[in-house]
Design a protein. Structure first.
Length: 159
């Protein structure tokens, strides 16, 4: 990888080869580097280096995505949160909670949206009423309990 390519990836711009590698991994995160190399025109070692740089710079994560119900988390919910003042400290407090897997600062009816996975309805109730509503700056919450997951994908490609 050239110094220019490496600096572009850290700055948010990806070259065509890195984008092609990402697309290959989005299709199958276990795809061998040798197979990816054949598609993108690089050696296995060069693909490995690129992937390591993409992971190291935070551009990509390679993880196993589970069905929460299959691994003991029977309740998922999205929680809309209104804050007083800067939502940043509240977002940081939410991000530190084990049950919270997604936090975004938003525009609209809520200042923040957090997705949570819990072992039970009782744990969800405690998380919302004691933990989340107990954060300084939280004004109100609205919980949207998931009843059935119809689609979840991470294959949106690259631009």
């Amino acid at each position: 990888m050239s110094a220019q390519s490496a600096s572009n990836e850290r700055g948010g711009e990806l070259d065509a080869v890195s984008k092609a590698i990402i697309e290959q991994l989005q299709q199958d995160g276990r795809r061998p580097y040798g197979a990816i190399g054949k598609v993108v025109g690089l050696s296995e070692a060069a693909v490995r280096q690129r992937v390591q740089r993409l992971v190291g710079s935070g551009v990509i994560q390679i993880v196993a995505v589970t069905d929460p119900k299959e691994v003991g988390f029977t309740r998922q919910a999205m929680i809309g949160i209104k804050t007083a003042g800067d939502p940043g400290p509240v977002a940081d407090a939410l991000a530190a909670m084990d049950e919270v897997d997604y936090v975004v600062i938003t525009a609209g009816s809520f200042d923040l949206i957090a997705e949570v996975v819990c072992e039970s309805d009782e744990r969800l109730l405690a998380l919302v009423t004691k933990n989340i509503r107990g954060i300084d700056g939280v004004v109100s919450t609205e919980t949207f309990v998931y009843l059935k997951l119809r689609k979840q994908t991470y294959a949106w490609g690259v631009r």
